[in-house]
Write a new protein. Structure first.
Length: 453
């Protein structure tokens, strides 16, 4: 019997391959570069490794008892610390990639390195240095990932610009840095670059940072950025870019002119579909990606899709959940994907996380909303650790008392949010949640604090 083929070895593809093997299917995974995909090799893991060091540097620089202590000059931070951080980042990525390769092999997944292309609705060709191999399949899961977007006029000057891939390998950090895009990637790198002594200007075309997050959360993060000297320009776009590598001149739509040694473009990502020839596979796609139904099946009944390429979510953990579900359904299951309870996590400092509905979104869906906040300035744990920034907001439905969502900005937000995710999954009420969150020296005490207001 022909195998189940998975295209793409990132979080979605890896999860699909593992799930299919758990059901005893014969699995072939096609990956054109390294297993682990964007997340492991050029995204989540390397960036979070760098961010972990940046956060420590930030904590030392802003510690009350170390504020007047001697500290490395900005140019030393940018040079010495950056090089050491990159070496550690490479070691972490290499180690995890090796472990993943061994795990896939131990699971019985055949990995083919090459570029996949549909030849017919049930056959692929895989081109590699060793030639082209035909791979007929019974079922397939597409998880080819995504690529960075460079909107006009930046697309004409691509060679002068950095994506989130290339910044990881930058030989040295310049004194002045422009970050285009106030979403998760842009805000995380703005934190890192500022901690390492760069003078950062962050540009966002919408009126607020984090345009998909709660307005009050975004405002709190902006205040924190302002306090650190990160310059933020909103409601503007780039109209002109001139210069050469290492010396850029940027004109904005409001007439502002900027100069910088480098520019990171984090303006979003697009599905990476060009090489697949989806039409030959009878797989339909639209502007947002491969079209799928609630079971993640495509227009070809033998082909499913997961991860960034579907346009459903650009989060690695969401991709993993989709990959597992897609493989299960390809092998006879009928589960439906529900992304409404997937947490969104940003590793800025302070951290930002949210899950479920915001207050405005809940009202738009017809709920009678109660939104309660607890500020970390009232948290003993937060004060003890010197992290009093931010708050927790719990959104609930008044008649039923059911928890609808939460928005968090502050220390450990990316860990606390999972408590709310479990509450949403279980359909808990405010009373239910309050009864299981006891007052104790933890940042999670803020959940109970919000519920008591």
């Amino acid at each position: 019997m022909n195998p189940l083929v998975v295209i793409g070895g990132g979080p979605a593809g890896e999860a699909a391959a593992r799930a299919a093997r758990a059901r005893k299917a014969n699995v072939v995974l096609v990956e054109r570069e390294n297993v682990g995909g964007l997340c492991l090799n050029r995204g989540c893991i390397p960036s979070k490794t760098l961010l972990s060091f940046g956060k420590k540097i930030h904590g030392l620089k802003h510690s009350p008892i170390l504020r007047d202590a001697p500290f490395p000059r900005p140019e030393e931070l940018r040079r010495e610390f950056w090089n050491g951080m990159k070496k550690e980042k490479d070691a972490v990525v290499s180690g995890l990639r090796g472990s993943l390769e061994k795990a896939l092999k131990a699971a019985g997944v055949e990995v083919i390195h090459g570029e996949a292309r549909f030849e017919s609705p049930n056959e692929l060709s895989v081109a590699s240095r060793g030639g082209t191999r035909r791979v007929p399949f019974s079922k397939a899961v597409l998880a080819p990932g995504s690529a960075p977007i460079f909107p006009p006029p930046l697309d004409e000057n691509r060679r002068l610009l950095l994506s989130s891939d290339e910044i990881l390998e930058l030989p040295e950090l310049p004194e002045k840095f422009i970050v285009l895009g106030g979403g998760a990637v842009g805000c995380e790198f703005a934190c890192l670059l500022e901690a390492l002594g760069c003078r950062v200007t962050l540009i966002e075309k919408t009126p607020q940072l984090l345009p998909e997050e709660d307005a009050q959360v975004a405002a709190a993060l902006r205040r924190s950025f302002d306090g650190r000297g990160i310059r933020i320009l909103t409601s503007v776009t780039v109209t002109e870019l001139k210069g050469k590598a290492g010396s850029l001149a940027v004109a904005l739509s409001d007439g502002t002119e900027l100069e910088a040694g480098a520019m990171l473009v984090s303006a979003g990502r697009r599905p990476d579909l060009e090489s697949l020839d989806l039409a030959s596979g009878n797989v339909a796609a639209g502007p947002k990606g491969i079209r799928v139904d609630e079971t993640l099946r495509t227009s070809n009944p033998d082909v499913y899709a997961a991860g960034d390429a579907t346009g459903l979510s650009l989060l690695a953990h969401a991709g993993s959940a989709q990959g597992e579900l897609a493989a299960d359904n390809a092998l006879g299951g009928s589960r439906r994907y529900d992304g409404s309870r997937v947490p969104r996590c940003l590793y800025t400092w302070p951290e930002v996380a949210s899950v479920g509905l915001g207050s405005d979104e809940a009202r738009g869906k017809g709920f009678e909303v109660k939104a309660q906040r607890f500020f970390f300035q009232a948290s003993g744990r937060a004060l003890a650790e010197g992290s009093p920034e931010g708050f927790i907001q719990i959104v609930s439905d008044v008649p039923s008392d059911r928890v609808l969502g939460a928005q968090i900005i502050g220390a450990q937000a990316t860990e606390i949010v999972h408590v709310i995710a479990v509450a949403l999954q279980g359909g808990l009420t405010r009373r239910d949640l309050r009864s299981v969150i006891f007052a104790h020296p933890s940042f999670a005490e803020g959940i109970r604090g919000a519920l008591e207001r």
